[in-house]
Design a protein around this ligand. Structure first.
Ligand SMILES: *Cc1c(COP(=O)(O)O)cnc(C)c1O
Length: 399
């Protein structure tokens, strides 16, 4: 339900999220089953290692992994998997991290995969005692880059699956795994936002990480799944760097509920609902000169389409980013997906809407485009100013 007194009570803006599952906006709409499970377990005591064993069974069933557990986030999962690959089950090494007893702490990653998901991938490696070894160049990576980087100091290799990474010129997962496995190097896959719970392990990954709070609509959490040995070594980090990344009983149980709901979800119905939103927005925008709305498939092949709204500022009298900002300032604030906005387009993501919000989005788009069209000048804020403003505002927090 979008109608709530919560925002009023707290004095917060009740935004409409058409940007996707953004952690900074509260990630996703948690399912009622998830909320119920969390409320149910909160007043109870449980033995956490046993609860995590139960969660591991559910994770194993859905992913095909041998074992699994729940931690604070996918980012935490990366750090714990890296740490586990370095320390094994040596508890004294686990307590020593991020300092290491061994030089065998190099973690290979393609340069085109070193992205920021809100924090840099390589930092998740470094805080776990890993030494990132970047291979290839931003848009190229060949077999020889990977083969040449593997040495007796290599502890693991990481592969990132995401719309953030470079989508051409890099090694595909299957080849990446083949080369690593030929030299006994385990492969850790960051699949935070990927709906495919089985494919990466099937492709040979040894350990795979998902976010619980993205497509799964669970609590803020990370899911670690993979071979029993590597998952165990990652789990043992709860006695070390993983301590500050732990989740409570409510999130472990909440993830179990989210995974079970995922098994039962009517995925076709969800797609049909999202398609109806995209059709509505596309039809609305088609009336405006200089706006070209195109339905586009998800770049990593999740069963999810978005509306790409191409803007010609000469005709609309507003740039794509000024339109995005106008929507965000409006009532209600609407947050669009704008990470490629310098190319004069933004996206509308249909997967986090409460019923009825789609028509508000359509109306607000019409209002702002109509208003811009009647402006004599082209509304065009320099992009660098916009970026600076957002960092300035962050640095002022909590003011
Ligand atoms: C969102 C994301 C993360 C971080 O996930 P959290 O669970 O929020 O830590 C990591 N990697 C990728 C590719 C992501 O999209």
């Amino acid at each position: 339900m979008a109608e709530t007194n919560l925002h009023q009570t707290l004095g917060l803006r009740n935004i409409i999220n058409v940007s996707g599952t953004m952690t900074g906006l509260g990630a996703s709409i948690a399912l009622p089953e998830v909320a119920k499970a969390m409320a149910e377990i909160l007043p109870q005591f449980v033995e956490m290692n046993d609860l995590q064993r139960k969660a591991g069974k559910v994770i194993a069933r859905l992913t095909g992994a041998e074992a699994g557990f729940v931690t604070a986030s996918c980012s935490a999962g990366i750090s714990m998997a890296v740490a586990g690959a370095i320390t094994g089950d040596d508890l004294s090494a686990i307590e020593l991290l991020p300092e290491t007893k061994t030089e065998k702490r190099e973690i290979i990653v393609q340069m085109g995969h070193v992205v920021s998901y809100g924090a840099p991938v390589d930092q998740a490696i470094r805080i776990a005692g890993g030494k990132p070894v970047l291979i290839g160049q931003a848009t190229t990576c060949y077999d020889f880059h990977l083969e040449g980087a593997i040495s007796e100091n290599t502890a693991a290799a990481i592969y990132v699956v995401s719309h953030h990474v470079v989508h051409y010129g890099l090694l595909e997962l299957k080849r990446f795994v083949e080369i690593c496995h030929a030299r006994n190097i385990p492969v850790i896959v960051d699949a935070a936002s990927e709906y495919d719970l089985k494919g990466f392990l099937e492709a040979g990954a040894d350990i795979v990480l998902y976010s619980g709070h993205k497509f799964l609509s669970g609590p803020t959490s990370g899911i670690v799944a993979g071979s029993k040995k590597l998952v165990r070594h990652a789990y043992l980090q709860n006695c070390g760097i993983g301590r500050g990344m732990k989740v409570g009983k409510e999130s472990v149980y909440g993830v179990m509920a989210a995974l079970e709901a995922w098994e039962k979800r009517d995925h076709e119905a969800v797609r049909a609902r999202e398609k109806a939103f995209l059709d509505l927005w596309q039809a609305t925008l088609q009336d405006f000169a200089g706006v070209n709305p195109v339905i586009e498939a998800d770049p990593t092949h999740n069963p999810l389409d978005r509306l790409r709204v191409n803007i010609n500022p000469q005709e609309t009298h507003i740039t794509a980013w000024d339109l995005v900002d106008a929507l965000a300032r409006g009532t209600p604030p609407i947050i669009a997906r704008d990470h490629e906005v310098e190319h004069h387009y933004f996206y509308l993501d249909p997967c986090n809407l409460h019923d009825g919000q789609e028509t508000i989005v359509a109306r607000r788009l019409s209002e702002e485009l109509t208003k811009a069209r009647s402006s004599n000048e082209i509304i065009a804020t320099p992009l660098a100013d916009r970026t600076k403003k957002s960092f300035d505002s962050l640095r002022r927090w909590p003011d």
